[in-house]
Design a protein around this ligand. Structure first.
Ligand SMILES: Cc1cc2nc3c(=O)[nH]c(=O)nc-3n(C[C@H](O)[C@H](O)[C@H](O)COP(=O)(O)OP(=O)(O)OC[C@H]3O[C@@H](n4cnc5c(N)ncnc54)[C@H](O)[C@@H]3O)c2cc1C
Length: 457
């Protein structure tokens, strides 16, 4: 952009706000970050919030571009597949991909945020104001009101531009919506989540395989667990919020214990604090945010979860937010005013964030239910085989999303629909195993229905 590099103000110093600050500073902007919470660099972990996240290719690509990947690499734990735990305690591994680099990484949310803020704070021109909460905005006057929580006073800061990276419950988005300046919906899932923990053994060692994402799929609910680098796992229980078998319905210690022991017997044995955690930890909200557009003139714009929060079942929320930052940065190369940067960012990004929102919802059914069905497992195996045979035309949808940042989400979604139909046709009727698949027909159909993937598909 050819403006005189004005000060950019960002609300929220979570993953999106912190990464965006780094990229904007690299373009020569001064950046003021306003974060409602205390500085995470000086505070211990907040328990009860999802403490580790799966980082994949899109997120890694963005962190590399911003020059912060090296600061984090040592704290990333590779997970090479889903380790499915059946109700009898048996396990089976479903690999995520088929190349050595096709893994995802478990990373501490806290450490990731700390690392990003440490890099941002080292850069000249970036100032982070913690315990400063955005409260209101007068968009036509271009002024935002921020509460300095330490001193209890309200300060006024100019916008033009103000970027809202204030997460799924974005106050700025809600304000724009309440004034009818944008359209926005928050769709709540009927399921919520709670965090439980699987501590390390007495010698500090992992008590399950450390290189997998563990899943206990149980139809309408599931438990998952991701490794932490201290030998523990963070487990997350996804369950309906209301109804017969639900967070609301499970109140007594005896009921909670019975539910956990019957549903996840092998995990229950590894969770000595499960009852206290179940009772003490809050039920987390899961939902999808959809807004249109993401900006008001050249005054203010939404980015990250504030624009498009998604359910976490593809492990892509933060990866998608990081990709936002890269795309926003690229839009600044091509546009000459904030209004056109915001408009282009929205136009390029919205179809992709809609696509990952849909795929994330779909993946919930896959994780909690479909993974255990023999037909699904056969189709998974066939997907990997077709990728080996036709690597430039057929890439499993999960791999397109997770390991190929060069393939936009929207393309992954559209090709995924065609591939899903093809897999259903090729495994229909008497087909029981890969040996029964008609690979000549598969080749004909793939060439006819799936165009060659180009460098930026
Ligand atoms: C259970 C669960 C599991 C997840 N797992 C994964 C995963 O495995 N992989 C993945 O990629 N993603 C995952 N996600 C999604 C990921 O957490 C989010 O996409 C990501 O944190 C969004 O980053 P953000 O910076 O946009 O928003 P947030 O992380 O919500 O950060 C927003 C920041 O803004 C601050 N803020 C809010 N309001 C104000 C205000 N009024 N004034 C000032 N500051 C404010 C907040 O304190 C916060 O620091 C998961 C989400 C959940 C709920």
């Amino acid at each position: 952009m050819s403006t005189q590099r004005p000060v950019v103000r960002i609300i929220g110093a979570g993953p999106t706000g912190a990464l965006l600050a780094i990229l904007l500073q690299r373009r020569g902007h001064a950046v003021e970050l306003y974060e409602g919470r205390t500085d995470p660099r000086g505070t211990p972990l907040e328990s009860g919030r999802s403490i580790n996240l799966a980082l994949a290719d899109r997120g890694i690509h963005a962190l590399r571009l911003a020059g912060v990947f090296e600061d984090l690499e040592h704290a990333m734990l590779p997970m090479r597949g889903r380790l499915i735990h059946d109700p009898e305690g048996g396990t089976s591994l479903q690999p995520y991909g088929q190349r050595p680099n096709e893994v995802i990484y478990s990373v501490s949310r806290h450490r990731l945020n700390q690392a990003l803020l440490e890099v941002a704070a080292r850069l000249p021109g970036v100032t982070a104001h913690f315990e400063h909460r955005f409260e209101a905005a007068e968009f036509d006057e271009g002024m935002a009101l921020i509460r300095d929580l330490r001193h209890g006073r309200l300060i006024t800061v100019p916008m033009e531009p103000l970027l809202a990276a204030d997460g799924a419950g974005s106050a700025l988005r809600r304000r724009l919506h309440s004034l009818n300046l944008i359209d926005a919906q928050e769709t709540d899932l009927e399921h919520g989540y709670k965090e439980l923990s699987i501590p390390a053994d007495a010698a500090g060692r992992f008590r399950m395989a450390r290189d997998a994402l563990h899943i206990w799929p149980r139809g309408n609910y599931m438990l998952i667990a991701l490794p932490n680098d201290d030998g523990s796992f963070t487990a997350t229980l996804f369950l309906p919020k209301r109804g017969e078998l639900s967070f609301d319905g499970l109140t007594s210690a005896a009921d909670i214990d019975r539910f956990l022991s019957e549903s996840f017997p092998d995990a229950r044995d590894l969770m000595p604090n499960a009852i206290a955690e179940f009772t003490g930890n809050p039920v987390g909200f899961l939902g999808t945010v959809s807004a249109r557009p993401w900006h008001y003139r050249g005054v203010a714009a939404l980015i990250g979860d504030s624009a498009h929060a998604i359910v976490p079942f593809h492990g892509q929320g933060m990866n998608c937010c990081f990709e936002d930052c890269v795309e926003f940065d690229a839009c600044m190369d091509r546009s000459s005013s904030w209004e056109s940067v915001f408009a282009e960012f929205f136009a390029r990004r919205k179809p992709n964030t809609d696509a990952i929102a849909a795929m994330s919802l779909d993946n919930y059914l896959e994780m909690r239910d479909r993974v255990v069905h023999p037909q699904f497992q056969l189709q998974q195996a066939l997907s990997l085989e077709l990728e080996i045979r036709h690597p430039r035309r057929f890439i499993p949808r999960y791999s397109m999303v997770t390991f190929h940042h060069e393939i936009p989400y929207e393309t992954a979604w559209q090709r995924g629909i065609i591939q899903g139909e093809l897999l259903a046709e090729l495994t229909a009727g008497p087909v029981q195993s890969l040996a029964d698949v008609d690979f000549e027909r598969a080749e004909r159909e793939i060439i006819a229905r799936l165009p060659l993937l180009t460098a930026r598909a």
